[in-house]
Design a protein around this ligand. Structure first.
Ligand code: FES
Ligand code: FES
Length: 216
């Protein structure tokens, strides 16, 4: 079975390809997915530079009027007050801004908010609460999977998606056998988490936390 197109457009593939494209075509994979007909909803223009966009964030319907140039990351942080999602590099290199859109992880700094009309977005705030942690949040706490914590929301959003991707049989660069279920291994997890940088170097504890959830 062929993997979905959005998985084929892996981050590194995108970055390599983007270097050869003009700025107008250098869009993140969500744009390519929409161009391929996967989604058709459009934000409503309300001026030469602004649009009205409706989407669901952490299960709540939200409607916003935004400058067309607003990234999804800035829409979440500056316009919805969801500051759990972090801005590290603001150009697709650190993974701190990782969120889930329609069940797939993306770098929200690389995606314009107006591209997400009708989408279902889940941020770290939507995964769990301090009184009712998501298993991945609990595992990060138990295994000391952070030091300063700045990268942690992105790491946790990515980690939950990684387990779903492996379960769904989506291969990575290090997957050896493409004919059967993908074996959970440290190499698989490291490769799939390689877009999430931790400047504190908590990688071994992050790996332990993800393995803990995978095993349970
Ligand atoms: Fe988006 Fe660094 S802030 S990848
Ligand atoms: Fe500090 Fe990852 S915990 S950057």
């Amino acid at each position: 079975m062929s993997p979905p197109i959005e998985y084929e457009l892996r981050r590194r593939t995108f970055l390599a390809g983007a270097a050869t494209l003009t700025a107008s075509t250098a869009l993140p994979w969500t744009a390519n997915a929409k161009e391929s007909g996967m989604q058709t909803a459009n934000a409503e223009p309300v001026g030469p530079e602004t649009s009205r966009i409706s989407l669901r964030v952490n299960g709540e319907s939200r409607t916003l009027e935004l400058d067309n140039r607003t990234s999804l990351l800035d829409a979440l942080r500056e316009h919805m007050g969801l500051t759990g999602t972090k801005k590290g590099c603001d150009h697709g290199q650190c993974g701190a801004c990782t969120v889930s859109v329609n069940g797939q992880r993306i770098n929200s700094c690389l995606s314009l908010a107006v591209m997400h009309e009708g989408d279902e977005v889940t941020t770290i705030e939507g995964l769990g609460t301090p009184d009712d942690l998501h298993p991945m949040q609990a595992a990060f706490a138990e295994h000391d999977g952070f030091q300063c914590g700045y990268c942690t929301p992105g790491q946790i959003c990515s980690a939950t998606a990684v387990l779903e991707e492996i379960k769904a049989g989506v291969p990575s660069y290090v997957t050896g056998d493409l004919t059967g279920p993908i074996e959970m291994s440290d190499a698989e997890i490291r490769e799939r988490m390689s877009g999430n940088i931790c400047r504190c170097g908590a990688y071994s504890n992050i790996l332990a936390a993800i393995n803990d959830v995978a095993e349970s």
